[in-house]
Design a protein around this ligand. Structure first.
Ligand SMILES: [Zn+2]
Length: 105
């Protein structure tokens, strides 16, 4: 799901989110999830992932999620599986990691 769909699923109000940058850098994201993580926008536990939701009237807003809230609202891959799999197989082969693909399609 998208970040905004995740926000709705987790019952987080846009007004409760901090204003954020339009295009956050990796450093800005890591600063929110690193040694001193921000609280999860949904439950208050330490955030493990962060991103920005863009709202037409409010502008960009930080949306931080802990591990549990992130796993409840996983992002969807927007690229067809047959286009992603060759890349995943290549990376898995390069690092020697086993790869098992489970798919409904
Ligand atoms: Zn949470």
């Amino acid at each position: 799901m998208t970040r905004d769909e995740a926000r709705l699923f987790l019952h987080v109000e846009l007004d409760d989110l901090e204003p954020g940058p339009a295009a956050p850098t990796l450093e800005q994201i890591l600063a929110r999830t690193g040694i001193h993580p921000r609280p999860c926008s949904a439950c208050g536990q330490p955030a493990r992932t962060s991103g920005v939701i863009w709202h037409a009237q409010l502008g960009p807003r930080w949306f931080d999620r802990c591990r549990v809230c992130f796993l409840e609202t996983p992002p969807q891959i927007q690229v067809p599986l047959d286009q992603v799999l060759p890349h995943l197989r290549k990376v898995a082969a390069e690092i020697g990691a086993p790869l098992t693909v489970l798919s409904e399609s």
